[in-house]
Ligand binder design. Structure first.
Ligand code: F6R
Length: 361
């Protein structure tokens, strides 16, 4: 049942405020400015002894894991990184007893992720799952973890589950942070930020008519560049994946800082750029990148917290805490991908060559 929407993708984008509400519900502990994650199966002493965190997932779940790794480093100061599970399992990785592994999957059935988890467990590693489908293979195989509570996601292209997975990582990061060095004041600041998310998501979704207009404006592009820096880079990667999957327009994501090391050669009017420009300590650096693009007559669509003078168009999103901004900044670009695909007459819920869960090697 699409509840009045023309596609599941549109329905699932529209459901994100309630989905985020669901992942937060019952988990916040205001007294200690922390969160409780029931199934984690990691006591405080174990949580304190974790030296590294390695996050494994594929596609959109991998991108959510990249933001998750940044959240864990920022809030819990534990070195963390994400890697495609499909790469990890083929490279005879060093499995370190002080590393906590986290497997991320919407379906909980992705074979590359499951195989990575099985290999890790065979070698004695501790593996948590951040999974949407309750009781799925990866959820069962993991030592513990947390459900993402996005609800059923039918469209092959993941939207609401991406958002909820990142929120679940923010909860995990806050939990680990408050067991380690994160202050009560910072814990409160993050909790208040999390509570603002559902209202801010609805605010972003209200800009749909404007986003649709922009999508029609850029739908003739053969290729698009997506750029962002640090917190904005995984957002750019995910937005680029969304556009490719659903519209079949070629898109490439690059760190804004790397533009001058190559991709600037591609910039011309026929190659538009989508730039993620949060109001954080890198704002001036990001503005300089926009200037570089403008100087080469590149068309720019910015997603930002304030109007960007160098951009041809700016989609303004509400500001949250710096650490949580990536959760919001990709949402308008889900609608951008959707409306581009709609304009091009694509099969939105079932893009060619793709399947909802990839249970083969
Ligand atoms: C993106 C997409 C895929 C999946 C990937 C992992 O929109 O649908 O990239 O994210 O196949 O799937 P899960 O999360 O089920 O393991």
């Amino acid at each position: 049942d699409m509840g009045g929407h023309d596609t599941y993708m549109h329905k699932e984008i529209a459901e994100q405020a309630e989905a985020v509400d669901r992942v937060l519900r019952g988990r916040i502990d205001d007294k200690f400015a922390t969160v409780h994650l029931g199934g984690l199966n990691l006591d405080p002493r174990e949580a304190r002894s974790v030296r590294r965190i390695k996050i494994l997932g594929c596609g959109t779940s991998y991108h959510a894991g990249q933001i998750g790794a940044q959240l864990i480093e920022e809030l819990a100061r534990i070195p963390a990184d994400a890697e495609p599970a499909s790469e990890f399992r083929y490279r005879n990785p060093v499995v370190d007893p002080d590393t906590l592994y986290v497997a991320v999957s919407q379906s909980g059935e992705t074979y590359d992720v499951l195989a990575a988890v099985q290999e890790l467990k065979r070698k004695g590693a501790r593996v948590l799952g951040v999974v949407n489908v309750v009781g799925s293979a990866i959820a069962r195989e993991a030592d513990g973890g947390t459900y993402v509570h996005a609800g059923p996601e039918v469209c092959v292209v993941s939207t609401k589950c991406f958002t909820n997975t990142v929120v679940a990582f923010a909860l995990l990061a806050l939990h680990l942070g408050r067991i380690r060095d994160l202050s009560v004041a910072d814990g409160r600041r993050i909790i208040e930020g999390l509570r603002r998310l559902p209202g801010q998501i609805d605010e972003i979704l209200k800009a749909e008519p404007e986003i649709k207009r922009l999508a029609l404006h850029f739908a003739d592009a053969k290729s698009m560049l997506f750029i962002g820096r640090v917190r904005g880079y995984p957002v750019a990667r995910e937005a680029s994946l969304k556009l490719k999957e659903v519209s079949y327009i070629h898109a490439e994501a690059y760190p804004a800082s790397e533009l001058k090391h190559g991709p600037l050669a591609l910039v011309e009017p026929a190659m538009p750029t989508v730039a993620i420009v949060p109001d954080d300590e890198l704002l001036e650096k990001n503005r300089a990148a926009l200037e570089e693009i403008k100087a080469r007559s590149g068309r720019i669509l910015a997603v930002a917290h304030q109007e960007q003078e160098k951009a041809d168009h700016t989609i303004i999103v509400p500001k949250n805490e710096d650490e949580l901004d990536p959760i919001l900044m990709g949402i308008p670009l889900q609608l951008f991908a959707y409306h581009t695909a709609l304009a091009l007459g694509r099969d939105i819920d079932k893009p060619r060559n793709l399947a909802k869960s990839v249970t083969v090697e």
